[in-house]
Design a protein around this ligand. Sequence first.
Ligand code: KG4
Ligand code: ZN
Length: 347
Amino acid sequence: MRVLAIETSCDETSAAVVRRDGHAITLDGLTILSQDVHRIFGGVVPELASRAHLATIGPVVDDALHQAGVGVADLDGIAVTRGPGLLGALLVGVTWAKTLAWREQLPLIGVHHLEGHLFAPTLEDPGAQPPFTALLVSGGHTMLLDVPAWGVYHLLGETRDDAAGEAFDKVGSLLGLDYPAGAAIERLAATGNPARYRLPRPLLKQAPGESTYEFSFSGLKTAVLRATEKSDNLERDRADLARGFQDAVIEVLVTKTKWAAEAYQRDLIVLGGGVACNRSLSAAMRAAVAPFARVAVASPRLNTDNAAMIGAAGSWRLAQGERDGVDLDARDAVLLPGLITTTGVGA
Ligand code: KG4
Ligand code: ZN
């Protein structure tokens, strides 16, 4: 099954062509156009994102098809990110996908953006299949999941305030770094002194309790703010602060993921979302779970927003016989399909 996938949920316009044969998935073409217009505003400006998607979606889709050496007549289906994300940005991709599917009479599937992040490692690592423990850490989400099978997502914990990536970006702005700041903080932290700033590890209690799998990063961000206010030479202290902040975030993420994998007896951990590009995070995770589990993480290009991961998730749903109609709508907020929370089952 050959699927064209489209992703426009935030500030990357992306299209991909993937082929699925059972669990095996091959990436034949992938184009990702990042919008750098947002950098000067210190964050994504939704209206500008929509306009940029509209201007480039056609050529981006054509380029992915060209890379794969196929035309629309060779496709068996179309997958598109339906949400969550910026509504105006999502609408561009969803409308494009629906129009093409209708014109070519092709099966269509709307994909949840986070399910895409969960499938990303399968593009390079065929063994990254359930059951596993998943840590999704992006600019908008921080979620710890137990995944016994594809489509069954047991939510163990989320963030109470800022997402992990959001914390990286906000701390980056405190340290005078461009948005998004995750990669720059990682580079700075590599040269920082780990003993200089010992910042709080939020909600990291040893005794299991209500907050076992929950996260909170806004207090940590405030601690960095206080430290920058006290500093008489931020230029000198920047790397040490970046290191103190990153070490705190990583210790919390790694410890809770390890607890979850132990509790559910999983021998595979999947890391997904932009923050999973952080090599110190993946290295610390590998070291912590080495005795009983391996860690699967996609390479950075497939970890940050891209259409290949949407093709991986969408082709699985299409292969299950799922279809959406031309009434498929974009949603800025939508539950992960198959999400099971302690209070009930998501739609
Ligand atoms: O998944 P993603 O590309 O977009 C969302 O769906 O949000 O994640 C973007 C986030 C940004 O907050 C960015 O700062 C962060 O991922 N990020 C990183 C690294 N690379 C990207 N955070 C920490 N270390 C990195 N190397
Ligand atoms: Zn994402």
